[in-house]
Design a binder for this molecule. Structure first.
Ligand code: ADP
Ligand code: ZN
Ligand code: ZN
Length: 746
């Protein structure tokens, strides 16, 4: 008997493939399966190439399921072009998380699914294992001596190649930080090295671990035991440990156990610049194959890391926000370091919180999730109070390190030398004399935030934003930090033609110059987004700091996080006040976290640390509480305030942002939404109001905040408004987005 053609089911019964496409479209599309297709392969999540858009273009979509056609009228259904995967790359449980995320964040499903894949797979690359070209030593090379009058780079490359017999891929050798290829050619020419085809590096045996675990102190041991007891089931833990209390050591210990039981661990960190250090610490401890996933890597490397976890070839994933969707073949544990950090929230397009997605995933997968911080978010602390998270505390620094001493420096009516008070200058001098390092924190890059005319008061402003142009004196440019607009530094005032334009306010460049005059012998290193623009430059700087080649570190919040600088004993915060006066109700929480994090860089080893906080608000209640009683007491008070004001975490928010080329349109659109929302009484609609920066990059911006003590009515309202919005007359001319659980009102 002739077998039935496979696709008969589809044509005769009228069943079709429901496909989500990677565009901001809130619906799926119907397709017939490709010619001669095996329906057994139809599992949700597989990638399918389908014709899409005009001009017979195609795209990679994702199969949601099979269903009856909803395409209306006599429109002829198109056939899918090809099915790319034999089975879904994202397992069913994780696919369910994506469906949840699309509903929860009210974001189009096709884009949500695409986010979970690395770019190459999004573009339709096959997922089959490809061989890699690996550079390794030849027989001769293994026998040859490393030194033998060779050039330094040859020695370095040789030493690297000795570490792993199976060889190194190009993307790994790039970590050397210099162009290793010419050197490789020389070694190949001498018969010392050669290229071999091999399995991807993630599978390769790692170098032997070199670091030995510390003996855990009691608090660390308790934390480790508590999590170990829950392996194999869901539980969220909040590890609150003061800076330098050995949180990372707890992570390492847990990962060790998870790997020993044959499971995988995923460790998420907020910033790329924290990955190399943590990567080094993990590599030094584990022989297990490790995958690294962050936006600083090229697409091939990211795709490899993703697939290595998906197939179970790597046991350990270290990554940033976007890694949270990486499928795990043998899920064991999820760790989120610095859980309070807002970098875990994606701030454009699909605005997910990696912390919340991680919790959701852990719950579905039935594994524990551990969130660590010295300054936990009020959200997580509230979850501890509600009994949802288990609190694990590391109250003390390890070893002999003691907490730093805080001193508030009242700078009212004081003469400041480019932002530096006499007390701070004296302390810097003393610290340098003792051979220790100083860290100065100022969260503003550039020379000065304002250029003002001393004759007429004219101020240099961005033409496209409601913002001032920042002076960058080294490059002699004026730059807008919001739209990237820039122009040469002016000499004469465009308003009154007087040649008396002056910088107003402080930026890191300006303080750097002042320090050079005050401490001509000290080696100052400025670390901000400008000075670290070149790839790898931050790592180089961190190396120099560790090696003691720097006396004064001056920088923005890049310096505040995570770094362990053993020789820093003095931390100076030049200007605290900016953070205390903001429209955002989270400003105080952010400021407190930043202060504690910056202060945590001081006195991390034998010598005690001192932290000087310069402020014009020495009696600010938050500041006093934080300094006298610590972050815990501050957080308790702040939570109480939030509760009384019914603000998050005691209510839920959705922020509707709208912008347009025409000034009135965004408010018109948002006002219509308020009108549509008027029927219900539970959700509070606050606005529309102009965004904190009402005009940015030439577009006018408004926002509407929806707030409710219960989640359900809020989500129902958002859903309803999204459905009604396309019918509004302004909808086509206004760009809009919805941000669920916004962490930033900008
Ligand atoms: P955190 O992540 O909390 O800032 P780390 O894990 O980086 O702290 O630990 C700070 C320092 O203390 C590191 O140098 C680490 O090697 C060391 N350390 C951690 N745990 C112990 C321990 N139990 N005994 C001694 N030193 C430790
Ligand atoms: Zn002027
Ligand atoms: Zn601008």
């Amino acid at each position: 008997m002739m077998p039935e053609p496979h696709d008969s089911l589809f044509t005769t019964v009228g069943l079709v493939l429901k496909i989500a496409v990677p565009y901001p479209l809130r619906r799926s599309f119907d397709y017939l399966p490709p010619e001669g297709f095996d329906p057994a392969r139809l599992r949700p999540g597989i990638r399918v190439e389908v014709p899409f858009g005009k001009h017979s273009t195609s795209c990679i979509g994702y199969l949601l399921g099979i269903g009856e056609s909803e395409t209306e009228g006599n429109v002829e259904l198109k056939k899918a072009i090809s099915v790319l995967d034999d089975e879904p790359l994202i397992p069913a449980g994780d696919f369910a998380i994506l469906l949840w995320a699309s509903r929860y964040y009210h974001h189009p499903l096709g884009e949500v699914i695409a986010t979970a894949f690395p770019v190459l797979l999004r573009l339709g690359h096959p997922s089959a294992v490809e061989k890699e070209r690996l550079l390794c030593l030849t027989e001769t090379g293994r026998a040859a001596s490393a030194q033998g009058g060779r050039a330094p780079r040859q020695i370095q490359l040789l030493q690297t190649l000795r570490e792993r017999g199976s060889g190194f891929a190009a993307h790994e050798l790039n970590a050397l930080g210099w162009d290793w290829r010419p050197t490789a050619r020389i070694l190949i020419g001498k018969g010392i090295a050669c290229y071999q085809e091999g399995p991807p590096a993630a599978q390769a045996q790692q170098a032997q671990p070199t670091a030995h675990p510390h003996l855990l102190n009691t608090a660390q041991q308790n934390a480790v035991d508590a999590v170990l007891e829950k392996l194999g089931g869901y539980q969220a833990f909040l590890l609150q440990g003061v800076t330098g209390s050995g949180k990372t050591e707890v992570y390492l210990r847990l990962v060790e156990k998870v790997l020993a039981s044959g499971l995988q661990a995923m460790i998420l960190v907020p910033e790329i610049n924290l990955t190399p250090q943590l990567e080094d610490r993990f590599r030094a401890r584990f022989a297990a194959p490790m995958a690294v996933f962050h936006s600083g890597l090229n697409e091939t490397a990211r795709c490899r890391a993703w697939l290595a976890m998906q197939r179970g070839e790597a046991s350990l994933l270290l990554g940033t926000r976007s890694a949270v969707f990486t499928p795990l073949a043998r899920p064991g544990l999820i760790i989120l370091d610095e859980e309070h950090d807002t970098s875990f929230k994606q701030q454009e397009s699909f605005r997910f919180s990696a912390r919340d997605v991680a919790m959701m995933r852990a719950r579905r997968l039935g594994i524990p999730v551990l969130m660590g911080s010295a300054t936990p978010s009020l959200e997580s602390l509230a979850n501890v109070l509600r009994g949802r998270h288990t609190l694990l505390a590391l109250p003390e620094r390890t070893g002999v390190a003691v907490p730093p001493t805080f001193r508030i420096v009242d700078i009212r009516k004081q003469w400041l030398n480019e932002g530096l008070s006499p007390v701070l200058v004296t302390q810097i001098g003393q610290t340098l004399a003792q051979g220790a390092q100083v860290l100065l924190f100022l969260n503003r890059r550039g020379f000065a935030p304002t250029l003002i005319c001393h004759a007429c008061g004219w101020v240099a402003e961005c033409k496209r934003c409601d913002a001032r142009l920042v002076i960058h004196s080294a490059e002699r440019r004026l730059r807008c930090h919001h739209c990237g607009n820039e122009q040469p530094l002016l000499r004469d005032c465009p308003n009154c033609q007087t040649a008396d334009l002056r910088p107003l306010g402080l930026g890191t460049e300006r303080v750097e110059l002042a320090l050079a005059k005050l401490f001509p012998k000290a080696r100052t290193l400025r670390i901000d987004r400008d000075s670290t623009r070149r790839k790898g430059s931050l790592e180089g700087m961190l190396e120099r700091i560790k090696a003691g080649e720097v006396d004064i570190l001056l920088g923005t919040q890049m310096l505040a996080k995570g770094h362990h600088f053993p020789n820093v004993t003095l931390v100076g915060v030049l200007d605290m006040d900016g953070g205390l006066f903001s429209l955002d109700f989270r400003a105080e929480e952010r400021t407190a976290q930043l202060i504690v994090q910056v202060a945590g860089r001081a006195g991390r080893e034998k010598r005690p640390g001192l932290v000087l906080l310069q402020t014009r608000q020495p009696d600010h209640p938050l500041l006093r509480k934080l300094i006298r009683e610590g972050y815990g007491a501050f957080a308790t008070a702040a939570l109480q305030e939030r509760r009384e004001a019914e603000l998050p975490p005691y209510s839920h928010q959705a922020l509707w942002r709208a912008d347009a080329n025409e000034a009135e349109l965004p408010a018109l659109l948002l006002t219509r939404l308020v009108e549509l929302a008027a029927g219900q009484t539970e959700v509070l609609a606050l606005g529309p109001v102009p965004a904190p920066m009402p005009r940015q990059a030439g577009r006018f911006r408004q926002q509407l905040l929806l707030q409710c003590t219960e989640r359900k009515p809020l989500h129902e309202l958002v859903e309803q408004l999204i459905r009604q919005l396309p019918g509004l007359p302004e909808a086509k001319r206004v760009r809009w987005s919805v941000d669920i659980d916004p962490v930033d009102l900008y």
